[in-house]
Design a protein around this ligand. Structure first.
Ligand SMILES: [Zn+2]
Length: 297
């Protein structure tokens, strides 16, 4: 695993890594099953490559490469491992997870984390309803906040990040995924007007959502400037954790589609997780930055 702070660092890794990805991922994408070592299960398994999510004709490797034992794909296994490594339960037991009960949250609970689930369920009386930009959680209530591919669907990214910061105790951690591209600046696909109506700027990009049959609109294709937004929300030690290792089932989501001039093509996503800490940051991540390596990197 490597942590990057800047666009230039990510771009250099992306360029250097590209031939490796092309060679490593073509045979995976062409296979039904692929042997990996699942770090969550700590065993060798035959992962299911294609779970039905596609980019063009090619399987979505970010959602796919599902371990038959824990049931988690590439993205969720990466999140699980980074939470395990960077937010150990002894110090980060109380966790806000911005998703309903899932295979992923069940894994956290089995490990002993105290999980507060939530979902955006406006207009309902559901106890779990939370607007991530203005939650009802108390200041400093949690040791850790986690979300998986939620942020790109929230019009006011910065309000969500500020509320993430508010609900964490000092020294608390934020660990999240969203589709993030090796581009400098975030692409705004849609805006929420003052009247609450969505204004489309680019063709609507709809992502699958377990809570919405028609899927959910992505307002953004995030660039590396997202890290700056996380810093501006008050966080320290903000970094993009990239852990590329096909043997562990951590791959790009689908390399054959790397073709857009602006680098935003859906196939062009590294296995990456945003990590940050609420001040006082201490020395939590300092040793991991600056191109340092950990196992599997
Ligand atoms: Zn597993």
């Amino acid at each position: 695993m490597r942590l990057f702070r800047t666009f230039e660092e990510v771009q250099a890794f992306e360029d250097a890594n590209w031939p490796v990805r092309l060679a490593a991922e073509s045979p995976i994408a062409a296979s039904e099953r692929w042997p990996i070592h699942c770090l969550v299960c700590e065993r060798d398994v035959e992962a299911a490559v294609n779970i039905g999510a596609l980019f063009g004709d090619a399987p979505n490797l970010r959602e796919g490469i599902v371990c038959p034992v824990c049931g988690m794909g590439n993205r969720n296994r990466l999140m699980a491992q980074l939470v395990h490594d960077l937010a150990p339960i002894a110090q980060f037991r109380k966790v806000a997870v911005f998703e309903p009960r899932s295979v992923y949250t069940a894994m956290l609970e089995k490990a002993g984390y105290e999980v507060a689930h939530s979902a955006f369920l406006p207009g309902t009386n559901a106890a779990e309803h939370q607007d991530m930009t203005a939650t009802t959680y108390r200041d400093g209530q949690f040791d850790l906040a986690v979300h998986n591919d939620v942020l790109e669907h929230i019009p006011d990214t910065r309000a969500a990040l500020r509320d993430n910061h508010r609900i964490l105790r000092p020294g608390g951690k934020l660990i999240f995924t969203c589709p993030i591209f090796a581009i400098r600046s975030t692409i705004v696909r849609a805006r929420m007007g003052e009247d609450g109506q969505v204004e489309h700027i680019l063709e609507p990009e709809i992502h699958g959502d377990p809570l919405a049959a028609d899927g959910v609109l992505a307002f953004y294709n995030m660039g590396i400037d997202l890290l700056e937004a996380v810093r501006e929300a008050g966080f320290a030690d903000v970094g993009l954790a990239v852990w590329y290792d096909p043997a562990l089932g951590f791959t790009t989501n689908n390399h054959p589609l790397k073709n857009a001039a602006d680098g935003s093509a859906v196939g062009n996503m590294l296995p990456a997780v945003v990590v940050a800490t609420k001040e006082p940051a201490g020395r939590w991540l300092n040793s991991l930055f600056a191109g340092s390596r950990r196992r599997g990197a």
